[in-house]
Design a protein around this ligand. Structure first.
Ligand code: SF4
Ligand code: SF4
Length: 316
């Protein structure tokens, strides 16, 4: 479902005008008006009401989750690779939202080859920090610099930019992370020497509920944080609202009424490298059933366009 600019503006206006509980009630009423099921093959009828706007529904889900205590939320993503067209609008939105400097990427959209000749296909597979439930990066980083990383009660894995600085801690956390989610901020700027460094590059980074000066972020290890600053303001992550194919889904996995919980429970959703026991909070949906490891022609997946990402483990 790709909406027109007018439709997007109307939706933004709706949420600008309708605040807090009023927005939740109004959105829920709109969704209740939907009928039927999601068009894509393989998803159970009724998984998503036809005629409803998924971004609207996820925003309603988000605001319902924000009424709960943080420890009762379980933020997660479901990425539908069948809808991703590889445009990387999400990556650009992430850079803009988080004012990311040269060399720092919170998400990539690698092109992944699937199967073996002659049954080969390629998909785009957006990737970012999965805010693992058992994040191996945290003990690895804290062993080098205590207090560098921690898991928040809502599941977001947080970095303390004042502490987690330098190549040693970056190397330790990167070695532990199965998903290549971390970047080292080397303090570079896009506009350096152009000839003048532009003031916007020195703006504070508002992440993890704090405003970090450029002095604090320079030299630090950085990664996706599910746009925690936007969640705090009742907004979905920037990559989710920007995705042209509406491939990105976000919400509270502990809420069975949420779209992400519904999609994660379809039986088609899988997680990367499950054998590692990290329990990532990102699920992927694609054309293959859960037992895709035995699907003819789908024995392997390898990344063909981005060296910073990993193979897709078909076995859950
Ligand atoms: S994806 Fe990597 S960086 Fe993110 S929480 Fe998991 S192990 Fe840590
Ligand atoms: S959730 Fe936010 S920080 Fe994470 S990849 Fe998406 S836009 Fe970037």
């Amino acid at each position: 479902m790709v909406e027109t600019r007018d439709a997007a503006e109307s939706r933004r206006e709706f949420f600008r005008l309708a605040a807090g509980a009023a927005a939740v009630a109004a959105g829920a009423a709109l969704l209740d008006a939907g009928t039927g099921g999601r068009a894509e093959a393989g998803l159970p009828a009724g998984a998503i009401p036809a005629g409803s706007d998924e971004v609207l529904r996820m925003t309603v889900d988000l605001r319902r989750a924000l009424e709960k205590k943080p420890a009762e939320r379980r933020w997660g993503m479901v990425i539908d690779t069948r809808r991703c067209i590889g445009c990387s609008a999400c990556t650009v939105a992430c850079v803009a939202e988080n004012n990311l400097p040269v060399g720092v990427k919170y998400r990539t959209v690698p092109e992944v080859e699937d199967g073996t000749y002659p049954n080969v296909s390629r998909i785009f597979m957006p990737t970012n920090c999965a805010q693992c439930e058992n994040p191996p990066c945290v003990p690895a980083a804290n062993k080098v610099i205590p207090g560098s990383m921690k898991g928040r009660v809502d599941g977001i894995v947080e970095i303390d930019y004042r502490k987690m600085k330098g190549k040693a801690v970056f190397a330790a956390a990167t070695k532990a992370c199965p998903y290549s989610a971390l970047s080292l901020d080397e303090g570079k700027a896009h506009t350096a020497g152009t000839p003048a460094l532009q003031p916007y590059e020195n703006r504070a980074a508002v992440e993890y509920g704090k405003a970090w000066s450029r002095k604090e972020t320079a030299g630090a290890v950085r990664k996706c944080h599910f746009c925690a600053q936007r969640l705090d303001a009742g907004m979905l992550p920037a990559c989710v609202t920007t995705c042209t194919g509406v491939a990105m889904h976000f919400g509270d996995l502990s809420d069975p009424r949420s779209l992400v919980a519904e999609l994660a429970a379809t039986g088609m959703a899988r997680r990367l490298e499950p054998a590692r026991g990290t329990n990532p909070r990102i699920w992927y949906l694609d054309d293959f059933p859960e037992d895709a490891g035995t699907h003819p022609g789908v024995k392997t997946r390898k990344v063909v366009s981005c060296g910073s990402c990993h193979e897709f483990d078909e076995k859950k």
